[in-house]
Design a protein around this ligand. Structure first.
Ligand code: HXC
Length: 257
C-alpha cells in the first residue's frame, strides 16, 4: 500500500509504524489516522507479527491533532464523520503496541501514545493536553485514559492548565513505562517490542486483554476474566510447549497456537 503520512516496515516479528509528517511535527490529520489504523489492523491480523512499534521523530512524537484541518470544521461535519472515532479501532486490537516518544506528545499525540500498551520515553519527551488553549478539550480519549493512567490530581492539572510535563514527571506519575536517553528511545522501544513479539502470540494477547480489562470491569469481574483466560491457555500448544521446555531446561519454540 502507498502511504503518504507514515512509513511502514517489518523487522522480524515486529510491525513498525513511523509517523512521517516532520514539517507539521507529525500532526495527526485524517489521512494519517486512516493510514496508522489500517496498518495496525493489518499487523494485528498477521500471524507473523507479534507486536507493533509506533515511532515519531526526534522533535515530536506528534504535536497533536491537525489544528489547520480542524479549524474549518463545524458541528454538523464533525458529528457526521464522527471525527476521531477511527482511532478507537486501534484500541480494540489484541496485539501489544509499544510507542517510543521523543519531543512533543501533545493533545492527540499524547492521546495516541496512551493508546499504546507500553510507552518508552526519551528524556526530551514532553506530554500535555493543551486543547484548553484552543478553546476545546481532548477528543481522542485524553480526559479518560489520562485520568485512569495518572489519577484525578494530575489529569485535572494537565487538562485544565494545558501545561506540558517532562519525561521524568511522566514516569513518576505512571504515564510512561521507562525513561531513557533520547538516542536510546527508539532502540529500547524496539527491544521491548522484539521481546514481546518473541513470546507466544496468544499468551501475549491474552495478557494484554487481562490487564486492559482492569480499566473496564469491577475487580471481581476482572479476576474472573483473568482466571478464565488462564484456563483457556491450557487449550493451546504453546502452553504445553512452554512448560515442557522449562522441564527440559531448554528454550521454548512457540507455534503461536
Ligand atoms: C497542525 C501543527 C501542529 C498541529 C505544529 N504544527 N503542531 N500543525 N496541527 N497540532 C505545525 C506548525 O503550524 C508549523 O507549521 C510546524 O508544525 C512547526 O511548528 P512550530 O510551531 O513552528 O514549532 P515550534 O515553534 O518548535 O513549536 C512546537 C509546538 C507548537 C510547541 C509543539 O507547534 C504547538 O504548540 N503546536 C500545537 C500543539 C497543540 O495545541 N496540540 C493540540 C492540538 S488539539 P508551519 O507551516 O507554520 O511551518 C488536539 C486534540 C484534539 O490534538 C481534540 C480536539 C481539538
Amino acid at each position: 500500500t502507498e502511504h503518504t503520512t507514515i512509513v511502514v516496515s517489518t523487522e522480524g516479528r515486529v510491525g513498525k509504524i513511523q509517523l512521517d509528517r516532520p514539517k507539521a511535527l507529525n500532526a495527526l490529520n485524517q489521512t494519517l489516522m486512516e493510514e496508522v489504523v489500517s496498518a495496525a489492523v493489518a499487523f494485528d491480523a498477521d500471524p507473523d507479527i507479534g507486536s507493533i512499534l509506533i515511532l515519531g521523530s526526534d522533535k515530536a512524537f506528534a504535536a497533536g491533532a491537525d489544528i489547520k484541518e480542524m479549524a474549518h470544521q463545524d458541528y454538523p461535519s464533525m458529528y457526521a464523520s464522527d471525527w476521531f472515532r477511527r482511532w478507537e479501532d486501534l484500541t480494540e486490537l489484541r496485539i501489544p503496541i509499544v510507542a517510543a516518544v521523543k519531543g512533543y506528545a501533545l493533545g492527540g499525540g499524547c492521546e495516541l501514545a496512551m493508546m499504546a500498551d507500553i510507552i518508552v520515553a526519551g528524556e526530551s519527551a514532553k506530554f500535555g493536553q493543551p486543547e484548553i488553549n484552543l478553546g476545546v478539550i481532548p477528543g481522542m480519549g485524553g480526559s479518560q485514559r489520562l485520568t485512569r493512567s495518572v489519577g484525578k490530581a494530575k489529569a485535572m492539572d494537565m487538562v485544565l492548565t494545558g501545561r506540558h510535563i517532562g519525561a521524568e514527571e511522566a514516569e513518576r506519575i505512571g504515564l510512561v513505562s521507562r525513561v531513557v536517553p533520547d538516542e536510546q528511545a527508539n532502540p529500547v522501544a524496539e527491544e521491548v517490542a522484539e521481546l514481546i513479539a518473541a513470546k507466544s502470540k496468544p499468551a501475549a494477547q491474552m495478557a494484554k486483554e487481562a490487564v486492559a480489562a482492569s480499566f473496564e470491569t469491577t475487580l471481581q469481574q476482572g479476576i474472573r476474566l483473568e482466571r478464565r483466560l488462564f484456563h483457556s491457555l491450557f487449550a493451546l500448544a504453546d502452553q504445553a510447549e512452554g512448560m515442557s521446555a522449562f522441564a527440559e531446561k531448554r528454550g521454548p519454540e512457540w507455534t503461536h497456537r
